[in-house]
Design a protein around this ligand. Structure first.
Ligand SMILES: CC(C)(COP(=O)(O)OP(=O)(O)OC[C@H]1O[C@@H](n2cnc3c(N)ncnc32)[C@H](O)[C@@H]1OP(=O)(O)O)[C@@H](O)C(=O)NCCC(=O)NCCS
Length: 188
């Protein structure tokens, strides 16, 4: 089931904004079979079924396909397309008009561990290394983007890549590990 609704319009007061946000979140939760909590949704955002989205800010016109998780303190710009099964962890910034291919996984923890000294790892036990993807960039299907990296404007990361280094603007990279394949690259 897909629901399209202008769930958040520019509002004049903070209270109105708060109420709208609350209702929009309720709507996604109960009508759309997605869990959406503490999230600012822009105008015309589309969220398909079975997404798990919390503590995010999502810009106007962005589309999020099914089975996507978007975590706290993430910012997703306007007119982005997020493919099914993407994982967008805490701290990630996607600027405007970003394409994330299906199954893309973004990482934010350089040394993942379940436990520290026999106890489940908590927030205080690790350092967040967020990923930033700049305006107009695209990421092919099934990519893994390692923590702390930046993908530059209008660049493309080819399908199935593992990105281990920053990408500049207008660059094409692919492979595992991904390597620069073209500079002055034009997405078309
Ligand atoms: C990266 C990409 C744009 C390159 O396209 P291209 O410039 O037409 O490249 P070519 O097909 O001419 O391939 C050039 C070489 O790179 C290799 N190559 C291309 N894409 C690759 C990729 N993603 N990973 C590893 N190698 C790749 C090819 O095997 C070929 O190698 P060869 O010269 O040894 O034969 C394209 O392959 C790609 O990955 N597009 C993204 C598709 C996608 O994920 N869409 C979103 C979901 S539908």
């Amino acid at each position: 089931m897909q629901i399209e609704k202008e769930c958040h319009t520019p509002v004049r007061t903070w209270i109105k904004d708060l109420i709208r946000g609350f209702l929009a979140n309720l709507e996604w939760n109960y009508l759309n079979l997605s869990f959406v909590k503490n999230t600012q949704l822009g105008r015309g955002v589309k969220i398909y079924n079975h997404c798990n989205i919390f503590g995010s800010n999502i810009g106007d016109g962005t589309q999020i396909a099914s089975f996507v998780e978007i975590q706290n303190n993430t910012k997703i710009g306007k007119r982005c397309k997020i493919g099914a099964y993407c994982f967008i962890p805490e701290g990630t910034i996607l600027e405007d008009e970003i394409f994330l291919g299906v199954g893309t996984k973004i990482c934010n923890d350089r040394v993942p561990m379940a436990c520290v000294n026999g106890k489940l790892k908590e927030k205080k036990d690790w350092r967040l290394s967020p990923v930033t993807i700049k305006t107009g960039a695209s990421v092919g299907a099934n990519c893994t983007i390692l923590p702390g990296l930046t993908i530059g404007k209008n660049s493309l990361l080819g399908a199935g890549s593992v990105l281990t280094k920053d990408m500049g603007d207008n660059e094409l990279w692919y492979g595992n590990p991904a390597r620069l394949a073209a500079s002055n690259f034009q997405l078309k």
